[in-house]
Design a protein around this ligand. Structure first.
Ligand code: C2E
Ligand code: MG
Ligand code: MG
Length: 820
């Protein structure tokens, strides 16, 4: 086909346009044309709005309303416009074809919209959809024209007909292409509606310009015929009313669905803010889930929606979940399940649910509370309840459980079990000297060292400050237990290095065996404790197995302890006095107060039997205070210048405020402080030398004389003499006993005496029993002497003149100059 020159195409188009406009202006009732245009515009707008609503719908049926409205609009426009057609001849319409034309419009539009929705990604798809839509409009129109029954012959101009089809297809393609990229804004919707309207109107009026009616004078026959302007108005107005009502409904619906979308968004936001997992399911299929759910399950929300609820939980929980689903959710209490994450990890959750309405149908809302933290806290609390916070070893409670288990197992298997009570020997000094932080660190190290020596089946527990208990499970023979315990004790004897400090401790252990020493937890622990008690009594750092006799001894000791507690109130304590005489004249200068316990059944009990017990139980403070008080009361009645010497035990010295007690006693009885001598032993310095010196200084400031008792028996006697200026030292009687038998002793005593004199200290020797000892000691130049030779400790101070003379007579002979 030859191309027409450009200058010829333009007048051709102009001609067609003029003809069409002329057709509209001259051959149509203008009011009805306006009505049809209004129907067309409204119909197109509703169509576009419906198309916009189907954007997210997957179901192709969702496009049916849009196609129906569009098809009907095309038909309504056509029909009203046709009725507005005034060709100057009588026109009627065949009902069947008119009705069929609406079907063509609707079905064709549906096909076009389906193509548009399914393949709206490129120009070809748009062109295809547009062509279909254009053909649907065209098909409707020409079928409508074919329905015309006029008393004239109908001719169609092929050029106008072709242009009308082209216009319709072009505008429809343009409309769908513009709609293809989405219809979110109103302006875009109006634009698309406009293109659609043009596709319809363009076709219709160009198509009508193509029609020429040649009067034939013959009325058309057959079929049911429609006609008249009144009918046009009726159809037009009813169509308009229906479309307007449709638009109103659409707008209300849009508003409601927008509100529903907002509500859903708000619910989602609330759901996402919620700490708990919220999910909604219907018959097990997840419909909604919040952000917490995505976090818990470790999967995006999109993946969770549509999945089955059972797949989100541990397989083993499935029966429980199914059982729950069968029940009315209102009747169910929250229950624990295990959620399964994307990685397969199981998370403990508490599940509660309720039936709700979702999307107009019943569904189940499920709330899941992550119990991980709670479980962890519970486990931590359980652990803390059963373990020692410092060393993380089992505490007494767990120990008892483990021991009970060990006993059960041993009873069943016929094996043995050993319980070891272990106590550090020099822990308190470490604590006092280096502070609690070091003490704690030492305990942790001790625990570690012991753990190394034990087998995994053994239980090591810490039940007190420095007290540990070991349960040696399945120990068949005592030897095996003995060997392990010896290893433990040996391990603790090795020095520790804590925070740069070199620390040495040792441990004592008491062992009890099952079944020999007890059949219950309590009996075994008591037996091991008793054995340990014995070790401590005998000098520490050793291991002792329980023996039945120990029990009796321990009982006796406990009884004694109890009775001693009552001794002060019952007035059973007595002070005996032993003279201390001048080393050169034999003149009595001091009386040492020595405590006795007048026991109602045992008779007179010596201090060696109850002072250590009083120290261990803390009773020493009350007893010591009583001694100071009673000694001052007695001395206040003595002739001057006799002094009274009082022994103060190291623990009394540490634990009670001795200077306050002393000052109170002195003032109560008006005793001159210079007449009171306080005797302490060097062990007061061991734990905290500075504190000891401070107390001694306060006593010194009171005017009290201070003596270092039992000198020569301790650790490093000389260094203590530099710490504090004592008034005198008392050389222990063990030296005196060996005098005359051992020349080394004489050398030592002489050295002590010389040293003390050089330091300007007086020297008292204790335990002088014989004249020979006296003679030697006089030769050494001792300042004071004490011993049975001069007088035993007596209840009453009844030293007669004769006795005093007798003592002095002992000093009448010249002293022997002993040669070492
Ligand atoms: P100590 O302070 O060294 O007292 C001297 C001890 O030696 C006394 O024993 C005394 O009876 C004994 N003794 C004195 N001369 C001789 C002698 O020639 N030969 C022998 N074999 N022994 C002699 P006692 O009274 O049994 O006291 C023992 C220890 O008990 C005292 O040793 C003292 O450390 C302590 N003690 C006594 N009374 C008290 C007291 O009231 N409070 C405190 N905390 N301890 C006391
Ligand atoms: Mg003494
Ligand atoms: Mg002594």
């Amino acid at each position: 086909m030859a191309l027409q020159p450009k200058h010829r195409v333009k007048p051709q188009v102009e001609r067609i346009m003029l003809t069409v406009l002329g057709c509209i202006a001259q051959q149509h009732d203008p009011l009805l044309v306006a009505l049809s245009a209004l129907i067309c515009a409204l119909g197109c707008y509703i169509t576009v709005t419906l198309m916009a609503q189907t954007e997210t719908a997957r179901d192709p049926r969702a496009l049916l309303p849009a196609a129906a409205v569009f098809g009907s609009s095309v038909w309504a426009l056509h029909f009203v416009a046709m009725l507005a057609y005034l060709p100057g001849t009588q026109i009627a319409y065949a009902l069947n074809l008119t009705a069929a034309s609406i079907g063509v419009a609707v079905v064709g539009s549906l096909l076009a919209l389906l193509v548009w929705r399914r393949w709206s990604r490129g120009p070809i798809a748009f062109a295809l959809a547009g062509t279909l839509l254009g053909l649907a409009i065209t098909g409707m129109h020409y079928l409508g024209v074919a329905a015309m029954r006029a008393s004239a012959l109908v001719f169609l101009d092929p050029a106008y007909t072709g242009v009308s089809v082209l216009l319709s297809v072009a505008f429809a393609t343009l409309a769908l292409a513009r709609a293809g990229s989405g219809l979110p804004e109103l302006t875009r919707r109006i634009e698309v509606a406009l293109w659609l309207a043009l596709a319809i109107c363009g076709l219709h009026f160009t198509g009508m310009a193509a029609v020429t009616l040649a009067p034939s004078g013959l009325p058309e026959a057959g079929g049911y015929l429609l006609g008249s302007t009144a009918l046009a108005w009726a159809v037009g107005l009813v169509s308009l009313a229906i479309l307007a009502a449709g638009l109103a409904t659409l707008l209300v619906q849009q508003h409601l669905s927008l509100r529903a979308v907002h509500e859903l968004a708000r619910m989602r936001l609330l759901g996402d803010l919620a700490h708990e997992v919220l999910l909604i399911h219907r018959s097990g299929t997840v419909l909604e889930v919040n952000g917490a759910g995505a976090r818990l399950f470790g999967a995006p929300i999109e993946n969770l929606i549509g999945s089955h609820v059972l797949g989100l939980f541990a397989e083993r929980d499935a029966p429980g979940l199914i059982r729950r689903m069968r029940c009315r959710s209102e009747d169910l209490q929250p229950e624990e399940f295990r959620a399964r994450t994307e990685t397969g990890a199981l998370v403990p959750v508490e599940l509660s649910c309720r039936t709700i309405e979702f999307g107009g149908k019943p569904a189940v809302a499920v709330a899941l509370r992550d119990l991980t933290d709670r479980k962890r806290d519970e486990a931590r609390i359980r652990h803390l309840a059963l373990h020692d916070a410092l060393t993380d070893l089992p505490n007494r409670h767990l120990l008892e459980q483990r021991l009970a288990q060990a006993i059960d197992t041993a009873a069943q298997d016929g094996h043995g079990t050993a319980v070891v009570y272990l106590d550090l020997d020099r822990f308190k000094p470490v604590n006092d000297l280096h502070g609690h932080a070091v003490g704690d660190a030492l305990l942790v190290e001790v625990a570690k060292r012991m753990r190394v020596e034990l087998r995994p089946t053994d239980t090591l527990a810490r039940i007190g400050g420095d007290e540990f208990v070991v349960v040696l499970a399945v120990t068949s023979v005592p030897e095996q237990a003995g060997e392990i315990v010896s290893r433990l004790v040996a391990a603790l004897r090795r020095p520790f290095r804590i925070e740069g400090r070199h620390l040495e401790v040792s441990a004592s252990a008491g062992v009890a065996l099952y079944p020999a020493d007890g059949g219950s937890v309590e009996a075994l622990l008591r037996a091991a404790d008793t054995a340990l008690y014995r070790v401590k009594d005998e000098g520490r750092g050793a291991v002792r197995f329980f023996e039945p006799a120990m029990d009796a001894q321990l009982q006796a000791r406990r009884l004694l302890e109890h009775e001693l507690g009552l001794a002060v109130e019952r007035d059973e304590l007595r002070l005996f006095y032993q003279p201390v005489v001048n080393g050169s004249s034999g003149e009595v200068e001091t009386f040492e107060a020595l405590i006795r316990w007048q026991h109602p059944k045992r008779g007179l009990v010596l201090p060696a039997e109850f002072i250590p017990l009083a120290e261990q139980t803390g009773l020493i403070n009350r007893i010591g205070a009583w001694v100071i008080d009673a000694a001052c009361a007695a001395a206040a009645g003595w002739p001057e210048p006799w002094r009274v010497a009082v022994n103060v035990s190291p623990s009394q010295f540490r634990l009670s405020d001795v200077p306050v007690v002393v000052a109170a006693a002195l003032s109560r009885y008006g005793l001159d402080s210079g007449r009171l001598v306080i005797e302490i032993t060097e062990s007061v310095f061991i734990q905290d030398a500075d504190a000891a010196v401070a107390v001694l200084t306060r006593l010194h400031n009171l005017g009290v004389r201070l003596a270092l008792d039992d000198f020569g028996t301790g650790y490093s006697s000389l260094s203590y003499l530099q710490l504090f200026r004592f008034d005198k030292i008392k050389v222990d009687r063990s030296f005196v006993r060996k005098l005359g038998r051992n020349t080394d002793t004489l050398t030592i005593v002489r050295a002590i005496v010389n040293l003390a004199h050089n330091l300007d200290l007086q020297v008292t020797v204790e335990g002088v029993e014989t004249g020979d000892q006296l003679a030697i000691l006089r030769g050494l130049g001792c300042d004071q002497m004490q011993g049975y030779l001069f007088g035993r400790p007596e209840a009453d101070l009844k030293i007669s003149d004769a006795e005093r003379l007798g003592i002095r007579a002992l000093f009448a002979a010249p002293p022997i100059r002993a040669v070492a």
